[in-house]
Design a protein around this ligand. Structure first.
Ligand code: F3S
Length: 658
């Protein structure tokens, strides 16, 4: 049997391990990316590791998420991120260049390479035949050392696409349909590999939309072939020399298979508060007043997305009840839309053009009103994601978002366009040549120049807290018992105010679980040390490692849950919180917040993979599993990734022994 693309990339980067699903493999990483609201901790860690320079082919620090300088903190962060990048040989994508995933796909992605990024939507670059994996910030720091990275060998799912999208139906519908079928947990431990005749009908940004939202299925990644469509895109980006055809073998073996007919898709909508609550728009019986529409984000912020939204809006005005804003994904796209007249169409219709940044997607501006309804083309609709705990977020395509903005309630393009106008949407394609101008990218300095750079840290930038090793006998209370599907937005709230605190853990930790349980931070601090209980899919959503660092700083020693999301589980381990899973999920119901728990011989039990927890309040005990690899257990027992990494670098002779 031949090889699929995922296996080809992993085997060509493999240093250690066997490629059996579920087993650990160790791979070299070619490229990394970070963004401003997660990255300060990454670079503080990299500084602490003690190497002189990043040891990857390409590392990029994107200043793209929080461009609202509401006080000194974020501009200070941006100066730190620029100077630290210059010091360690990292590219900087300056504010205004665009959102990290679109910038990376356009300017850096290469077929057959391996990218790790400190953002859960890093798989976006799978659109160009690159294996792109979202990880925590500490993992990115690790990848930058050049040491092989641990990866759980994924299963590979063949997604056979047939047919062709009809006018008014977007790549968003492809991934919403995937979510409807697979659910938010169905991608766990898997890479979705899109193949088949239907793939050839999808342009690179459409593939990016699909790969991007594979993250919402919990997938390790998603990947498309590097074929003539990718070749055309890379030539349009003046990067044709980096193109190489990269396809699965014709007789490639897969662990699972599914088929999706693009022609059969119709406009879909994800209902609050999970992206897999997907139904056809036309099936909605209620048509309430919509207050906000947001076009864009990394998911659907491409040239074609906006050009199509503009055509839907042509000759119409945004409904008077609606605030409609646009977050275009890059400067290149902005200029092209301007040249081709689509920007004017949007502005004429009453769309407010925002900065080229993430903005509303992570609650940096455009928070919906009380109990408001927001319709967005971004990728997440968790409660609180828009910065308001009582807002309802619906996810749709740009065509449907534009129609909704006009009508003031849920609508698809076909509801506002005559058939002959609708057909014109299919005539919109990506440019044959983009505006290529890398003036907004700061290139890495030479080693000699880098030595002279002074890294500038504003007063808000605190050092990275480093956890202790697990104690022998742990005895503490439960500081929080949470429901199913707690997201990292619940643990560390999104928004301009909170994002600007991310370099200052003592400050930010005061707002840990702020919108979910406002008393948590104070309670955990008073307890000194504690345990969190979670339900299913604990820590889903954004890769932000602050959702591990803040609880660790407040003394949380372990999380016991029914299941834990992949990236968050890695972040807990990296930051010294032990992730445990109930062996019997019914034990979740037996424990209560503030119960006294005891774990004897904790390190030994971690090493053995099974931990008995005694609930002294209830007079019961229950079993939990340490459902992590042997390599991850080592990290836990070393007291987190930073201590573990320094030990490894000394053993490898890369760092001198102290
Ligand atoms: Fe930014 Fe939202 Fe994408 S925060 S990276 S636009 S998921």
């Amino acid at each position: 049997m031949g090889e699929n693309m995922t296996h080809k990339i992993i085997s060509s980067h493999l240093v250690k391990g066997s490629m059996v699903p579920g087993e650990d493999v160790f791979v070299t990483v070619d490229q990394t990316l970070t963004h401003d609201i997660n990255a300060v901790m990454t670079y503080l860690a990299f500084e602490q590791i003690g190497l002189k320079r990043a040891r990857t082919e390409i590392s990029v620090s994107n200043l793209d998420h929080n461009l609202l300088y509401i006080d000194f903190k974020t501009p200070d962060d941006h100066i730190y991120l620029r100077t630290v990048a210059e010091k360690y040989g990292v590219y900087v994508s300056r504010p205004g260049n665009g959102i990290c995933h679109m910038v990376h796909a356009s300017r850096f992605a290469e077929p057959g390479k391996l990218l790790m990024g400190g953002d859960s939507h890093t798989p976006s670059c799978g659109a160009l035949g690159m294996l792109s994996i979202g990880v925590g910030g500490m993992d990115v720091a690790t990848a930058m050392t050049g040491l092989p990275m641990r990866l759980t060998m994924p299963k590979v799912v063949k997604v056979n696409l047939t047919g062709k999208l009809r006018a008014g139906v977007n790549a968003k519908e492809v991934v919403l349909e995937m979510l409807r079928r697979v659910t938010i947990k169905g991608g766990l431990g898997k890479v979705f590999e899109y193949v088949g005749e239907g793939v050839k009908t999808l342009e690179v940004p459409e593939r990016l939309t699909i790969a991007n939202m594979g993250a919402e299925m919990g997938a390790t990644s998603s990947i498309f072939p590097a074929d003539e469509v990718v070749e055309r895109f890379m030539h349009a980006q003046e990067r044709g020399e980096k193109y190489r055809e990269f396809l699965p073998d014709e007789d490639a073996a897969y662990d699972e298979e599914m088929t999706l007919d693009l022609s059969a898709l119709e406009p879909l909508i994800a209902l609050p508060h999970q992206p897999d609550h997907v139904v056809p728009i036309k099936s909605l019986e209620e048509h309430p007043v919509v207050q906000q529409v947001f076009l864009g984000s990394c998911t659907n912020g491409s040239y074609s997305d906006f050009a199509k939204a503009a055509l839907v809006m042509k000759g119409h005005y945004v409904n008077e009840n609606v605030q409609c804003t646009a977050g275009i994904a890059s400067k290149q796209i902005y200029k092209q839309l301007m040249q081709d007249g689509y920007l004017a169409m949007l502005v004429d219709a009453g769309v407010r053009i925002l900065e080229l940044s993430c903005g509303p997607c992570c609650a940096i501006g455009q928070v919906p009103p009380t109990n408001g309804i927001a319709v967005r083309t971004s990728n997440r609709n968790f409660r609180g994601r828009a910065g308001s705990p009582n807002a309802n977020i619906y996810l749709v395509s740009p065509e449907s978002a534009a129609a909704t903005a006009i009508k003031g309630t849920f609508a698809a393009a076909e509801d506002v366009m005559e058939p002959e106008e609708l057909a014109k949407l299919s005539e919109i394609h990506e440019p044959e040549h983009y505006f290529v101008d890398d003036a907004m990218l700061i290139k890495p300095l030479s080693e000699e120049e880098a030595e002279k750079v002074e890294v500038i840290k504003g007063p808000n930038i605190n050092s990275l807290p480093v956890p202790e090793k697990p104690e022998k006998n742990l005895e503490c209370r439960i500081s929080l018992k949470g429901r199913d599907h707690i997201s990292t937005d619940d643990i560390t709230p999104a928004g301009a105010e909170f994002s600007s605190m991310r370099s200052n853990i003592p400050l930010m930790s005061k707002y840990c679980y702020h919108r979910y349980d406002p008393d948590f931070a104070e309670r955990a601090r008073e307890l000194g040390k504690s345990i969190i209980i979670g339900g299913e899919n604990y820590g889903q959503g954004s890769s932000r490692e602050h959702a591990a660092i803040n609880p660790m700083y407040l003394g949380v020693k372990c999380v016991i849950a029914k299941s834990i999301a992949r990236i968050h589980c890695g972040n807990l381990i990296n930051h010294g919180i032990v992730p445990l899973l109930f062996e019997n999920p019914e034990d979740y119901d037996k424990v209560e917040q503030m119960d006294w728990l005891q774990i004897e011989n904790f390190p030994d039990q971690i090493a053995a993979g099974e931990v008995t927890v005694i609930d002294k309040t209830k007079g019961i005990s229950f079993k939990t599993k340490v459902n992590v690899s042997e390599a991850q257990k080592e990290v836990i027992l070393d007291g987190g990734q930073l201590r573990h990494l320094q030990k490894q670098l000394i053993e490898e002779g890369i760092l001198p022994a102290e």
